[in-house]
Design a protein around this ligand. Structure first.
Ligand code: ADP
Ligand code: MG
Length: 367
């Protein structure tokens, strides 16, 4: 099921009539979500992710704009009539009911032509439970399950009505690191098996990058960039997106362009054909550095952290906005820790420059 968001906007009125300001939680969101894909909706806390999801689910009414499922305009439809499955961060299972009863519950409330027989309901519940691999836990109560198992029950409950669209709001936040990894892979597998168009909300860029077909990066209610995870990582449209994606994070410097050369301090680090003279921010991915005695960028060596396959070189530079610069290089490279200085050359496609005022990307030709 394709989902289309058209000028989707949500404005919350101010709570306090005199001094309070209204909050534009979601501002003119336009996106056509392709059928059968998993979309990661990503951004810092408060950027409007949940509000977007609530509007798609029908729990909140947009101030402006429309929502389509396929060709159906669902903007005015109540949640029950939309055919959405919802999973939230706190799983909200019914504590006094068994796993089986929890999963059956949404089916027992179906009315009219959707009403099912007991046998049909059970069959559906078992197949949803199998999908999330909890079919051997059907008689247990939620209190007798681990966090990961509880979250699977919540997913089974969302899937049992065979929703047209699956909406997941930070579904892994309450799980420990290992379970989070495992459960996110499960979600990806289930999504692929069922082919249900899924929107996955998270503030965790790594989580979104690892399981999404496409990611949407939001900031203060405004969509910044939409694309395949790797494309957005490789080609951020502004400084915010560049900083939000990637671990370790991108290194940011103050610099300038003069005579089509890019300067960090006194070091001319790259040619930037076609860019006018100006002050800029420079972002360099950790993997964008190469050890090179004759390199252009001079830094102060602080430390080297060995990580097996790679080493992480920690250095500093007066123009760096962060107190440390982190560069990741292959462990075959030997770094002489007794030296105070270290010089790098830069991989041109790992270096981005941004306008100092509006922080938008400035593009230059890469040969
Ligand atoms: P996210 O899920 O990305 O953390 P939300 O969608 O929950 O963000 O919130 C977006 C913005 O809208 C925030 O500034 C939040 O404080 C505000 N907001 C959310 N719900 C309400 C509400 N019911 N009333 C007023 N403001 C709200
Ligand atoms: Mg939220």
């Amino acid at each position: 099921m394709k989902v289309v968001l058209q000028n989707l906007t949500k404005i919350f009125p101010s709570r306090n009539k005199k001094s309070g300001e209204e909050v534009v939680a979601v501002n003119d969101f336009n996106f056509e979500i392709p059928d059968g894909k998993l979309i990661g909706l990503l951004g810092p806390s408060g950027c409007g992710k949940s509000t977007t999801l609530y509007m798609i689910s029908g729990l909140q009414k947009p101030t402006n704009g429309k929502i389509f499922f396929g060709d159906d305009d669902v903007t005015e439809l109540p949640t029950e009539a939309r055919g959405v499955g919802l999973v939230f961060q706190n799983y909200a299972l019914y504590p006094h009911m068994s796993v089986k009863q929890n999963i059956l519950f949404p089916l027992q409330n179906l009315k009219g032509k959707d009403k099912m027989t007991k046998e049909e309901m059970l069959e559906r519940a078992v197949s949803a439970a199998k999908l999330v691999q909890i079919d051997d836990l059907m008689e247990r109560k939620p209190s007798e399950l681990s966090g990961g198992q509880q979250q699977r029950v919540a997913i089974a409950r969302a899937l049992v009505k065979m929703p047209r669209v699956l909406l997941l709001d930070e579904p892994l936040s309450n799980l420990d690191a290992r379970l989070r990894l495992q459960t996110r892979e499960e979600i990806r597998r289930i999504q692929k098996e069922t082919g249900i168009t899924t929107i996955f909300v998270t503030h965790d860029q790594e989580e979104a990058m690892s399981i999404s077909d496409m990611i949407v990066v939001m900031k203060l209610g405004v969509v910044q960039q939409i694309g395949a995870p790797q494309d957005v990582y490789d080609n951020p449209v502004n400084l915010f997106v560049a900083k939000f994606l990637g671990t370790p994070p991108i290194n940011v410097f103050e610099g300038r362009v003069a005579g089509e050369k890019l300067y960090i301090g006194e070091d001319a680090v790259l040619s930037v054909p076609g860019v006018a003279d100006q002050e800029v921010y420079i972002g360099i991915r950790p993997e964008g550095f190469e050890l090179n005695e004759n390199g252009q960028l001079h830094c102060k060596l602080k430390n080297v952290e060995v990580m097996g396959r790679d080493v992480s070189i920690v250095s500093s530079n007066d123009a760096s906005l962060n107190s440390i610069i982190r560069s990741i290089i292959n462990a075959d490279n030997k770094v002489d820790l007794s030296k105070e200085d270290i010089t790098f050359s830069l991989k041109v496609h790992k270096v981005f420059i941004f306008n100092k005022e509006n922080e938008e990307r400035i593009y230059f030709e890469v040969n």
